[in-house]
Design a binder for this molecule. Structure first.
Ligand SMILES: C[S@@+](CC[C@H](N)C(=O)[O-])C[C@H]1O[C@@H](n2cnc3c(N)ncnc32)[C@H](O)[C@@H]1O
Ligand SMILES: Nc1nc2[nH]cc(C(=O)O)c2c(=O)[nH]1
Ligand code: SF4
Ligand SMILES: [Mg+2]
Length: 242
């Protein structure tokens, strides 16, 4: 029986980021990542600190838990991590969603391809800028975008770049230029993962948002783009499971 490493199942909540921001959704968060971004807001998925909480679950068990906590109050599930693209066998889970009239979204960084990407309804690829300290493998990312285009999935796909500084903006510009036919989002980086007061964080992130808006407004190579903060961070701060 195919089992998946799961760290969190929660919702319904709003999708706080990117292409379907604001949409009511459930979340399934898988364990494990091939990256270790300097500013990862979900480091517990890969740094060992939540090792004891990882549950090996079948697709049926995951769906049963989603129904147990979400009832009939959802029709959309976002799979995030960690990097869910490390898992070969997510087709079964996506099939269960679709058979039950539920759409599937994915959050991944574009470092690995899986054939089941072609079945995802809202696919977010989030390549990592220099501030993350990670290095983009352009060959892999080109292949992913190519496979999605050949599979007729570009309308279901978006690119989302998190921005902390000017160097990240340059990186975003190069990604935009490389993949001009894909919906493109820039997202405010949260550089205060220790803050526990949501209002303090919101006020700080809105200042960062204004800075990002100013930068992008001045940039002719970033015209057909959307800029967003993480809405869940504005509402709930750094709280987990929201
Ligand atoms: C935790 S990651 C999991 C999915 C996948 N590993 C990825 O990075 O795309 C989910 C999203 O949160 C973003 N993210 C992580 N840390 C962040 C931070 N400190 N500020 C803003 N966005 C962040 C990532 O770039 C990604 O788009
Ligand atoms: N509400 C909410 N929206 C999100 N969008 C992407 C998230 C993620 O961690 O992947 C996330 C999350 O953790 N919570
Ligand atoms: S790729 Fe995603 S989960 Fe992995 S370290 Fe970076 S932000 Fe965190
Ligand atoms: Mg998150």
């Amino acid at each position: 029986m195919n089992k998946l490493p799961v760290l969190e199942i929660f919702g319904p909540t709003i999708q706080g980021e990117g292409m379907v921001v604001g949409r009511k959704t459930m979340f399934v968060r898988t364990a494990g990542c091939d990256y270790s971004c300097a500013w990862c807001d979900s480091a517990f998925t890969w740094d060992g600190s939540a090792k004891e909480d990882i549950k090996k679950m079948t697709s049926e068990e995951i769906f049963a838990q989603l129904k147990e906590i979400g009832g009939d109050r959802f029709d959309h599930v976002t799979i995030s991590g960690g990097n869910p693209a490390l898992l070969k066998n997510l087709s079964e889970l996506i099939d269960i969603f679709h058979k039950n009239g539920i759409q599937a979204a994915l959050e991944t960084q574009g470092s690995r391809w899986q054939d089941w990407f072609l079945a995802i309804d809202d696919l977010t690829i989030s390549p990592k800028p220099p501030s993350s300290m990670m290095k983009t493998n352009w060959t892999v990312l080109d292949d992913i975008m190519d496979n999605l285009e050949k599979g007729g999935r570009l309308a279901n796909t978006s690119i989302k770049i998190v921005i902390f500084d000017e160097e990240d903006l340059e990186y975003a510009k190069s990604v935009r230029k490389r993949y001009p036919n894909v919906a493109f989002f820039v997202q405010v980086g949260n550089d205060n993962l220790e803050e526990i007061a949501p209002n303090e964080l919101a006020s700080h992130l809105l200042t960062r948002y204004e800075w990002l808006i100013d930068q992008v407004m001045d940039e002719s190579s970033l015209n057909d783009v959307r800029l967003l903060p993480q809405v869940h961070a504005l509402v709930w701060g750094n709280k987990r499971g929201v």
